[in-house]
Design a protein around this ligand. Structure first.
Ligand code: SF4
Length: 318
């Protein structure tokens, strides 16, 4: 801590929050607005695979106003009016290309979509979620160009550092592919976020804590953690019903304790964007966290950090 009130990221929170990261850049709150641009995914269309990742049901993660039937501009305007209604102190909005693999298209198509988004008033940047194997050199060249025009972040779905798990969930890429893609983004000066899932089959909390050093070695700026939520109708639901013992489930209290331990090992300059996912209960096959609001997860983690006198990076060393 520098002084009595602030950690190195500039506020009194015991972890480096994404809000602090964005506030340092924009001087206030910036809201991400998810859009669905009608992409598919190479793990679904036969290029890498046909069934998709075993846990994937994209509509479970998409807000209802996001549909490719509407233009990007329409989706963004609807998202803005929703947020304006709830929070008037927003400094700007980020167009968040979230559904499926948002770099899986020719460069000219991407350029048109991003141009449409950036023409909407109050859009101050773009975040693109994608797979690490959808970042070929033509796409990277284009993204570098885009990052020189606007605030760009590329979110890479890493999900696990373990190849055995990545094979089991049918990701269609290995961890080395994620390391390479994130290295390429870094080399081109493109901001990068990483997505990880805690709870994939065959893994356990001890392994996630062992793997933090691999996560710390990725040259990225922010991270999202999701607890696995098993979605109805997915291949993973069947697998869970057949082999429930292979899945580690957390109660909220256990999860807060685990995240506290994880944060103490995490590099302190990585901003944490999310601690958990919030899939509507109608989609989930297991009942564990039904009704738990995301704010309650954040509160539980913060209370645990406080109780333990811990903070992000407390045990981190190079
Ligand atoms: S890469 Fe993403 S969109 Fe494609 S199948 Fe996996 S989770 Fe679904």
């Amino acid at each position: 801590m520098s002084g009595t009130d602030h950690f190195q990221w500039g506020d009194g929170r015991r972890y480096y929050s994404y809000n602090a990261f964005m506030k340092a850049r924009y001087g206030g709150r910036v809201q991400k607005l998810p859009v669905d641009a009608g992409f598919t995914c190479p793990n679904r269309d036969g290029t890498r695979g046909t069934g998709g990742c075993s846990y994937c049901l994209n509509k479970a993660f998409n807000p209802s106003y996001c549909t490719p039937v509407k233009s990007i501009a329409e989706q963004l305007r609807e998202g803005m009016s929703f947020h304006l209604h709830h929070n008037r102190n927003i400094k700007g909005y980020i167009a968040y290309f979230q559904a499926f693999s948002n770099t899986y298209a020719p460069v000219e198509h991407l350029r048109a979509l991003h141009g449409e988004a950036l023409n909407v008033p109050d859009i101050v940047g773009i975040t693109i979620a994608t797979r690490p194997d959808c970042l070929g050199s033509d796409i990277l060249d284009y993204l570098q160009e885009l990052s020189e025009q606007t605030h760009l972040c590329v979110e890479v779905g890493v999900e696990s550092c373990r190849d055995e798990t990545l094979r089991r969930i049918h990701r269609g890429h290995d961890f080395a592919c994620s390391q390479h893609a994130i290295g390429q983004l870094h080399a081109r000066g493109i901001e990068c976020g990483v997505h990880l899932i805690f709870g994939l089959p065959g893994e356990n909390p001890g392994q996630w804590l062992e793997d933090v050093h691999k996560v710390n070695a990725l040259p990225m700026q922010h991270i999202k953690f999701h607890q696995l939520q098993i979605i109805k109708g997915t291949v993973m639901e069947r697998e869970y019903l057949e082999h429930p013992i292979d899945f580690h489930h957390f109660t909220l209290t256990e999860y807060a304790a685990f995240v506290t331990d994880y944060l103490s090992e995490l590099r302190p300059d990585i901003a944490v964007e999310r601690f958990a996912s919030a899939v509507p209960p109608r989609y989930t096959a297991t009942s564990g966290w039904h009704g738990v609001k995301y704010d309650a997860v954040v509160k539980a983690v913060e209370q645990r950090l406080d109780k333990n006198g811990s903070y992000q990076g407390k045990n981190y060393s190079l």
